[in-house]
Design a protein around this ligand. Structure first.
Ligand code: URA
Ligand code: SF4
Length: 210
């Protein structure tokens, strides 16, 4: 059976996921990456934040959101009164997809639909372990992973929407907030405006947390 399913422990704990993901060969992305990067955060976190994939720094350190985009995300969360240390942060795919170099950094490539589908069992397992109240989806890859290929960030960003049934998750978050990816903020022509828009969206999630 293709995909990660056969590597995912049947009754997972976060520790078990951290260990098991290291052996995953559910798609070809493991081959060019340094290591798998499982989501990270306290058990029972009320909020789960879903990114795209580990970046160059994350691939080296083995931790999600430790590079420039992660620092921006932390600042934005802090600005809306959410302690980043209380958030569970993870990615749609757990291995870094890249090709070629730009200076000393490897050039990130978005995962293909097949990689996203292959890796989905890990996210389902994380949701069953963390059981967050709400989820924040960062950018198009996260949105498509959850809502399907017709997802567009512009159509739902900044308001609470339902977790879709199509994923068959047993413990879905009660609400979802979709927004732009922090690396898109870093690339925007008007970074301050893009940052303010991200913060405005995250404020909606912060207010929904109880
Ligand atoms: N961007 C992501 O989507 N995830 C990370 O972990 C880091 C950067
Ligand atoms: Fe497994 Fe996901 Fe890595 Fe593919 S990207 S090898 S499915 S952990």
């Amino acid at each position: 059976r293709p995909g990660a399913e056969q590597w995912v422990p049947e009754r997972p704990t976060h520790e078990a996921l951290l260990e098991a993901v290291r052996g995953c060969r559910g798609c070809e992305l493991h081959a060019d990456a340094t290591q798998a990067v499982m989501g990270s955060g306290p058990p029972g976190a009320r909020l789960l934040v879903l990114g795209e994939q580990p970046g160059d720094r994350e691939d080296v350190e083995g931790e999600p959101f430790v590079g420039p985009a992660g620092r921006l995300l932390d600042r934005a969360l802090t600005d809306v009164g959410v302690d980043p240390a209380e958030v569970y942060r993870t990615n749609v795919v757990k291995h870094f997809r890249w090709s070629g170099m730009r200076g000393k950094r490897r050039i990130h490539q978005s995962p293909k639909t097949a990689h996203v589908a292959a890796c989905a069992p890990w996210l389902r397992a994380e949701l069953s372990v963390v059981r967050p109240q709400g989820a924040v989806l960062l950018g198009g890859t996260a949105g498509k992973a959850v809502y399907g290929s017709s997802f567009k960030v512009g159509e739902t960003r900044g308001r609470l929407v339902d977790w879709p049934e199509r994923l068959g998750t047993e413990h879905p978050p009660a609400w979802v907030l979709t927004t732009t990816h922090p690396s898109a903020v870093l690339r925007a022509d008007d970074r301050d405006a893009a940052y303010d828009d991200l913060v405005a969206d995250l404020r909606v999630a912060a207010e929904a947390l109880s």
